[in-house]
Design a protein around this ligand. Sequence first.
Ligand SMILES: *Cc1c(COP(=O)(O)O)cnc(C)c1O
Length: 377
Amino acid sequence: MVQINDNFTKLSDSYLFTEIARRLKAYTASNPDAPIIRMGIGDVTLPLPDACIKAMHKAVDEMSQKDTFRGYGPEQGYEFLQDKIRQFDFKSHGVDINNDEIFISDGAKSDTGNITDILGNNVIAVTDPVYPVYVDTNVMSGRNIVRMPTTKSNDFVPELPKEKVDVIYLCYPNNPTGTTLTKEQLKVFVDYAIRNKSLILFDAAYEAFITESNVPHSIYEIDGAKQVAIEFRSYSKTAGFTGTRCSYTVVPKECRYRRQCTKFNGTPYIIQRAAEATYSEEGQLQVRQLIDYYLLNAKIIRESLSAKGFEVFGGINSPYIWLKTPDGDSWAFFDYLLKEKNIVSTPGAGFGASGEGYLRLTAFNTKEKTIEAMDRI
Ligand SMILES: *Cc1c(COP(=O)(O)O)cnc(C)c1O
């Protein structure tokens, strides 16, 4: 008989976004004309930059010709893209990364999940609230998870775990809180990892939203981080690639953990050309426009809610606004916004126990709808 991995049965059966979808469906079934505004799930809404579309068209044409056709590509990604990543994402921030330390892939969700394949029976630390993927993938592998509360009471700066942990997941700018760490605050974690021989898995999916100068763009801006950290980046939120799929992982040579490419045959050529196009002069400008559009929405949400007396966090270096719910119960406030204001949000409790009493709103909507939502509240 087939044995299944028992750990899968330990996953909580109601995934956060399934429960939100269930409540939304129940509400719209009896209120089919409700003018719903979605500020819940973290998906982008603006189309791909024109530079990416052009690059994909060109690459598709190359695939149609015998001379320019490409079959299996290098598993780690094409050099043309690694070159751009090295220069634009790292060198420009004073960080030296080599092409062979860059692994191009099809999404930071799969990368942060698949990396757990190389881990043994380690103790894992995550912030609470947390991006659910880090928790669920480690539950699937049967690992113990320690939580580092990040709330208003510690200014959203997690404290080091009391017990010794082997692996620490950090996501900055953070999903869901939208908050950041300064270089000094991040250094505390790098120093801990060096001292304890731990590994930091640093998710920088929202790097493009950084606006403040004291916020590090890469963990490798911190001395010693190359020995202890793997960094994940994605084109999903940067350039609207949530449906197009492209990401990369940096595994420095100094890092004691190296990953192989047995399970993966590379991201499609056409998609890597699209990612490359985000670094052209035209592409850079268009990516900036995308990010600025969402950042303006974030500002609108932040400022309107503050003016209405809400306590709000994030939204400065991030498309996410994390707000304190008036009566503490985040699912109750979620229901209130859905039923009374027809706004879909994400209850903080869905991201972990320390998320109770908070709620996440996203800036991934049109400016018009964002303003309308704010008028409704
Ligand atoms: C959206 C998001 C990602 C990106 O995932 P992809 O698989 O690249 O689309 C990664 N990490 C966090 C925390 C995210 O919110």
